[in-house]
Write a protein that binds this ligand. Structure first.
Ligand SMILES: *Cc1c(COP(=O)(O)O)cnc(C)c1O
Length: 432
């Protein structure tokens, strides 16, 4: 498989080179030349195949001969090493719990797959430095995904005092090949330092720098797998003739666009819903046909505080650039903080289920959407509620149960390096 840049001003690459490259040199995102269709031997067997088998059939056409089949299989075994259950909430609404991974968020899937692919592509003795700027969730998933991977050094930059304590504990306590730098500044400053490093000629001559940004193909593609995994589970619970509607809490739109990719490959999902917080550029686009990116505003579902979603280019590409086709297919809803908090309380009271603030937007949009009689709605729970425990407590009066994995992080000591918002200092550090 070859991948082209959505800006169409860079050479096509295979999977290996596109993963190492990250963002295309023309600032576009890599996108497959064609979308492979799954055969009937897979589609008619979704309930029989193991999750790793399903992942293997879905990823093989993209990876083609860049990774040997046995190796791809073992990468997927490590990626899909935790359960991804479907849980019923109301009569017509279910959730896919994607928070049973090491950092309790769906980003674990993409981060684990990418780290292992990149590790595989390095020759013995090669060294790559992965730079990542984070406002919270990305840093923890990437750091834990790459922890202990040979040949890869990860440097996480985050704004000091501006990520939640528990998020900081998840990426700034790891040691080994993970270094966390606490920058005196805001998230945008961290991102700027990373971008400046990629443009610095001398730095790039001395170090092999790579990005684990969410636009990387190896983070995007594997997210299509769990859309296939939800189908047999949901049919078992709700009936084999249902039409499935998936609502995806969205920020950068990597998750939702991976779902649409799965649908194009033949996974039987009837339609999708884009659920957002007050950062509603995409729901607004679906309503008006005009895409108007703007600075993000802070909300209680802060992992979705994105004002210019980077995967919008992939959404456009999935519909061959036809805005009207997107608008026919996809519905969008957005919710204010008050509505999000209210729904966390209501669902806790009425159904004894604890939503996290991101999943809450997915739930709300399925309620608002008026599903047909034969439709069953499922939203993606993108994070465990305990990761956003203060917000959940604000809504329900109760701090959610904290899973052992998260508690273990809380007890660790932060070992980050403080640094001013100063590129020269950052550069010195990387060269040292
Ligand atoms: C990253 C994230 C999202 C948004 O996912 P995108 O793929 O960027 O749309 C939603 N919820 C949580 C908890 C996240 O960490």
């Amino acid at each position: 498989m070859r991948f082209f840049s959505t800006e169409r001003n860079a050479p096509d690459l295979d999977f290996r080179d596109a993963v190492i490259q990250g963002l295309a040199p023309d600032n576009g995102l890599y996108f497959p030349k064609f979308i492979p269709k799954l055969g009937n031997e897979v589609l008619s067997q979704l309930d029989e195949l193991s999750p790793v088998d399903v992942g293997f059939y879905m990823m093989r056409p993209f990876v083609s001969d860049n990774i040997r089949e046995e190796e791809l299989y073992s990468i997927l075994q490590e990626t899909l090493s935790f359960e991804i259950p479907v849980v019923q909430i109301t009569e017509q609404i279910y959730t896919l719990e994607l928070f049973h991974g090491p950092t309790l968020a769906f980003k674990d899937i993409g981060a684990r797959f990418m780290s292992r692919c990149l590790g595989h592509f390095l020759d013995k003795g090669d060294k790559v430095t992965v730079l990542v700027a984070t406002s919270g969730d990305t840093g923890s998933a990437v750091a834990n995904g790459f922890l202990g991977v040979d040949g890869i050094e990860v440097v996480v930059l985050y704004p000091r005092g501006k990520v939640s304590k528990i998020q900081e504990k998840q990426f700034a306590t790891l040691g080994e090949n993970i270094t966390a730098i606490a920058i005196d500044g805001v998230f945008d400053d961290c991102q700027k330092l990373v971008k400046t490093a990629f443009l610095d000629k001398e730095l790039n001559a001395k170090l092999r720098l790579s990005s684990a940004n969410s636009i990387n193909l190896a983070r995007w593609l594997p997210q299509s797998i769990y859309y296939a995994l939800l189908v047999p589970q949901l049919r078992k619970l709700a009936g084999s003739t249902i039409d499935i509607v998936v609502s995806v809490p969205s920020g950068n739109f990597g998750n939702l666009t991976a779902g649409i990719l799965a649908q194009r490959m033949g996974i039987p999902i009837r339609r999708f819903i884009a659920a957002t917080n007050a950062n509603n550029v995409v729901p607004e686009f679906l309503e008006t046909g005009i895409y108007r990116p703007r600075p993000s505003v802070q909300t209680v579902a802060n992992a979705m505080d994105v004002g210019n979603p980077s995967n919008f280019a992939r959404l456009v590409e999935l519909y061959g650039g036809d805005t009207e086709e997107i608008r026919k297919d996809l519905r969008g809803y957005y919710y204010a903080n008050g509505e999000i908090l209210q729904s966390i309380m209501d669902v806790s009271d009425d159904y004894r289920y604890t939503l996290d603030p991101h999943g809450a937007t997915g739930y709300l949009s399925l309620k608002e959407d008026h599903l047909d009689e034969n439709e069953v709605g499922i939203f993606i729970e993108t994070a465990h509620p305990a990761k956003f425990g203060e917000t959940v407590e604000q809504a329900t009066g109760m701090f959610p149960d904290v899973p052992e994995r998260l508690r273990a992080f809380a007890e660790r000591e932060i070992v980050s390096i403080p640094m001013g918002n100063d590129f020269r200092a950052f550069r010195e550090f990387l060269l040292a």
